[in-house]
Design a binder for this molecule. Structure first.
Ligand code: CDT
Length: 307
């Protein structure tokens, strides 16, 4: 019997800085109901899906900053989303800013099964951007100020398969997919907020959509896994971010794609048995990998060219 998981990539358009959580949750509920009507087993929301992408603003007032974080999940505003998902029998993946009781801050996502049980939480490993206010930028990218990095990639048995989680900038690093692939991942869920303009080198700007698909398609193919990439995009508070949410097969092909830059779902059937077409042939890790030749991956952080 084949294992087919129907997934809805639930893209979000812009969220205004002043938009109340309740209004955002209303939008998430519309997407959830669309996903359920389409017969989806799992709805995947993006990174930091409950607020505007706040790392674009420098804030030194802790109370102002704290407004963007969740101290419990589900919390008072998100409980109705979790409740309705359980009632509809739809699992969910949701990205949010986490503030722990002892004051640690993470860029976190949660994965919940169709019966409402929590499968896992994941704390973003690769934090892009900068730590301090940089006045030359048209907008900030202060993830390295507002979050601590997570320390591991893990996979989980859920939805009839093996599921891994990663977040936004993680998708650009081949190590993300490989470490998940080495733990048997059959589907990796990735939410993102990707400004089109890259201030350190604007020559990237016209390539942002290409780069986003390039890395996820390569990761899917090289590890024989599905990848679900979901944007929080559009023109948010004057900063335009990438949409282009997609679902990618182990062949590396995009099998579902959003058409617009606002709230929208893209749905695909993921036949998890198709992962074996790659995992047990060209990318049979046990047979073909050469970890003894890969020492430079873990014995250093930066590149060391020959003298
Ligand atoms: N959210 C996130 O990780 N965004 C980054 C932007 C890179 S530029 C600082 C990304 O990799 O898409």
């Amino acid at each position: 019997m084949s294992r087919v998981l129907r997934v809805a990539a639930a893209q979000l358009g812009p969220i205004a800085r002043a938009e109340p959580r309740a209004q955002v949750v209303d939008r998430l509920l519309v997407l959830l109901r669309d996903a359920a009507a389409a017969g989806a087993h799992l709805v995947v929301y993006p990174e930091l899906a409950l607020t505007s992408f706040f790392p674009r603003w420098y804030m030194d007032d802790t109370a102002e900053l704290d407004w963007f974080y969740e101290t419990e999940m589900p919390g008072p505003e998100t409980k109705r989303l979790f409740d309705e998902a359980r009632q509809l029998g739809v699992g969910l993946h949701l990205g949010y800013a986490e503030l722990t009781p002892d004051g640690h801050r993470y860029n976190t996502s949660i994965l919940v099964e169709r019966d409402g049980s929590v499968v896992a939480t994941y704390r973003k490993v690769h934090l892009p951007g900068h730590e301090e206010y940089e006045p030359w930028r048209p907008f900030q990218h202060l993830e390295r100020r507002y979050f601590e990095p997570g320390d591991r990639f893990a996979t989980h048995r859920a939805f009839g398969g093996v599921v891994g989680l990663a977040t936004c900038n993680d998708r650009r690093w081949p190590e993300t997919y490989r470490v998940l692939g080495m733990q048997g991942a059959e589907v990796v869920l990735i939410g993102y907020n990707t400004p089109i303009h890259y201030p350190p080198d604007p020559s990237h700007d016209s390539l942002v959509g290409f780069h986003s698909h390039l890395v996820m398609q390569a990761g899917a193919y090289q590890n024989g896994m599905f990848v679900v990439g979901v944007a929080h995009g559009g023109n948010e508070e004057g900063v335009v971010s990438l949409a282009d949410s997609c679902i990618i097969a182990p062949s590396g092909r995009v099998i579902a794609l959003t058409a617009h830059t606002d709230d929208e779902i893209a749905v695909a059937d993921l036949n998890l048995d198709l992962c074996a077409n790659y995992k047990e042939t060209l990318f049979d890790f046990e047979r073909y990998r050469r970890p003894d030749a890969y020492g430079a991956i873990t014995d250093r952080k930066g590149a060391i060219p020959p003298p």
